[in-house]
Design a protein around this ligand. Structure first.
Ligand code: 9D3
Length: 250
């Protein structure tokens, strides 16, 4: 998948291109990332990319002509049928299902992601060039760079051959619509607490049952919205009831 990212702070993306899963995916050719700085496409000698808002008020607005110029450069490098994404607080909320859809379309579609700064981009540019608008949550950030990195990370790890261990993607929280179970490693005693005995038992069926029970129980405690969206089968309902009576909660 080729991803083209437009940002006035391209160095911020070193955070994902130089470390971890995405760096590995880039090295293996699973994904390619290219950055484009709107400043390089400004027409004045100060490389201005923003201007004061018509109608007055605080803040600055990214100029449509500069953004069109940088976008055309990115589109010129896109391999196939580019989809233009704009990261904005006004966008649709990005989640695991959206990440799957982007990953599934990755073989036939290039992605162009535009990270805004200031108050955002002139609306005429958005109407003309943007295919979809995305937010990563209901909190105010300083720009679209971190959201763009969040989306690239979530999508890249779903691409075929991206993770060294393809099993860990399948075992992800949310894959089954519920939270993960707790995890333990050595030492067996830590600050007076021992590891749950079942995990030391060697009884793999009992361990799997305990893990599913904990996952369901934690989802019930912490994210009841996820459980309500999911139809539990008879065994899952039984495990959740066991969790409730074992923890003394209802
Ligand atoms: C403080 C400025 N706000 C007007 C009163 C509007 C505003 C403009 C630009 C708020 C945030 C931003 C910068 N944020 C993003 O570009 C952004 C974002 C976010 O802030 N939260 C969640 N998802 C996203 S995607 C892009």
């Amino acid at each position: 998948m080729d991803i083209h990212i437009i940002s006035i702070f391209p160095e911020m993306f070193d955070a994902i291109t130089k470390h971890g899963v995405i760096a590995r995916a880039v090295k293996q050719g699973v994904v390619s990332l290219r950055l484009y700085n709107p400043r390089d496409f400004a027409s004045d000698r100060h490389s201005t990319v923003d201007d004061r808002p018509y109608g007055g008020g605080p803040g600055m607005v990214m100029m449509p002509d500069v953004m069109a110029a940088v976008l055309k450069s990115a589109l010129g490098n896109a391999k196939n049928d580019p989809h233009v994404v704009y990261l904005t607080p006004q966008g649709r909320r990005f989640d695991y299902d959206s990440a799957i859809k982007f990953a599934e379309s990755s073989s036939s579609q290039s992605l162009v992601m535009i990270a805004g700064r200031y108050e955002g981009i002139d609306e005429r540019f958005i109407e003309h060039y943007v295919d979809s608008e995305w937010s990563v949550g209901d909190f105010v950030l300083s720009g679209g760079e971190l959201p763009a990195m969040i989306m690239v990370d979530a999508i890249t790890r779903l691409l075929p051959d991206s993770l060294g261990n393809s099993q860990s993607a399948e075992q992800d929280s949310f894959v089954d619509g519920i939270l993960d179970c707790p995890h333990y490693t050595r030492p067996e005693q830590f600050e007076g607490e021992s590891v749950p005995a079942v995990l030391l038992s060697g009884d793999h069926r009992a361990i799997e049952r305990w893990r599913v029970k904990q996952a369901l129980g934690r989802t019930w405690q912490r994210r009841p919205d996820l459980l309500n969206a999911k139809q539990l089968n008879a065994e899952q309902l039984q495990l959740l009831e066991e969790f409730k009576s074992e923890t003394g909660e209802q």
